[in-house]
Design a protein around this ligand. Structure first.
Ligand code: UD1
Length: 335
């Protein structure tokens, strides 16, 4: 028996595609919406092949109120998971208004249409980038917030809108602050496939391993961390996807508000990740030490106690699985 239909915005994206599968596995129906501005249409048929069923997809933009209203009118939607957004810190400095447009106006429009349609369960994609990264890790959900970039501020505004809307209406929301999602579906057929040259560590590691780039630049080895390189909380994308299902279930039962870090709670340095990748996959990742990257912080690791306590979610896949699955996807893609 179906547990209800969930609207997933950005369903063809990296997190969206894995979450559609996790929702199906938990007995939900899904209506996806995507404008394919940072994803490929072929992802939809790959999701369908993995789930062995058809995915209802609407081609549309989250700022298009009419499109959303028509979608809510056509399907009996009980909850929304809102991924569709732009997500590069660097780009957000150069294109700040576009970040406010897509991320803030997009979230506002989806929220308004949810309210109009009486949809009360809303899961929001936020990011660890909302925290003041100068404070020591691990950070918990009450740690100091900053939003040091237009991207970070657009996520903070989204969070704030949810809190205000919840006070004014019966909206139930979950804010999920992701740390560093990596890896891919173990089939190797969906994963992270950014348009243009990748900037995040794991996609770059894959490119170098596939000899599409001669070497990786390790941005700084003079941080005060275990080996001097940056430390992050890498978390498998399937664990991240499952967190959305747990959050949604909690909202559809009795939880009214959730704000949760989504990570593993353990930090991995850049050199440790490279080493783990080489060992897990039997490949070489040539690298050199380069200057620090502007805007980077030494360490950012989650305290994940609240997610375990409030929705019973905990990441279960280890660094080896993240490396193996990322590489399998990179190989099927031809990187
Ligand atoms: C970055 C974004 C963040 C975004 C997240 C996930 C920045 C400053 N932050 O976070 O907003 O939410 O990605 O998309 O852009 N590294 C190298 N060489 C590389 C690439 C990365 O050494 O070629 C290092 C970085 O210096 C960092 C670590 O790897 O220490 C992780 O980098 P990255 O994957 O870009 O993630 P974040 O910087 O945590």
């Amino acid at each position: 028996m179906t547990r209800g239909t969930i609207l997933v915005t950005g369903a063809a994206g990296y997190l969206g595609s894995h979450t559609v599968l996790a929702l199906w596995e938990s007995g939900f129906e899904v209506v996806g919406i995507d404008d394919y501005s940072n994803s490929e249409r072929s992802v939809v048929s790959r999701i369908e092949a993995l789930g062995q069923r058809a995915l209802t997809m609407i081609e549309g933009n989250v700022r298009d109120a009419d499109c959303l209203a028509a979608t809510f009118g056509r399907f009996n939607i009980v909850g929304a998971v809102h991924f569709a957004a732009r997500k590069s810190i660097e780009e957000s400095f150069a294109e700040s208004l576009s970040y406010y447009d897509v991320n803030v106006a997009g979230t506002l429009t989806v929220l308004q249409q949810c309210q109009r349609a009486g949809v009360n369960a809303f899961v929001f994609s936020s990011s660890a980038t909302v925290y003041d990264a100068t404070q020591p890790s691990p950070v918990d959900e009450n740690s100091r917030l900053l939003g040091a970039s237009p991207y970070g501020r657009s996520k903070l505004i989204g969070e704030r809108m949810l809190r205000d809307a919840a006070q004014a209406s019966g909206l139930r929301y979950a804010i999920l602050r992701y740390f560093n999602p990596v890896g891919a579906h173990p089939s190797g057929s969906i994963g992270e496939n950014p348009r243009g040259k990748p900037g995040n560590l794991m996609p770059v590691v894959c490119r170098v391993a596939a000899s599409r780039q001669s070497q990786l630049s390790v941005f700084g080895n003079d941080y005060s961390t275990m080996d001097g390189t940056g430390v992050r909380d890498f978390v498998h994308v399937q664990d991240v996807a499952e967190a959305h299902v747990h959050a949604l279930e909690a909202l559809l039962q009795d939880r009214e508000t959730l704000c949760l870090n989504i990570g593993t709670g353990s930090g991995t340095s850049v050199l440790t990740l490279i080493d783990a990748f080489e060992r897990a996959n039997g490949v070489r990742v040539p690298h050199v030490i380069a200057p620090r990257r502007h805007g980077d912080v030494a360490a950012m690791v989650a305290n994940v106690g609240e997610a375990a306590r409030s929705i019973g979610w905990r990441a279960t896949r280890n660094l080896d699985a993240m490396c193996r699955d990322a590489w399998r996807f990179a190989q099927t893609l031809g990187c």
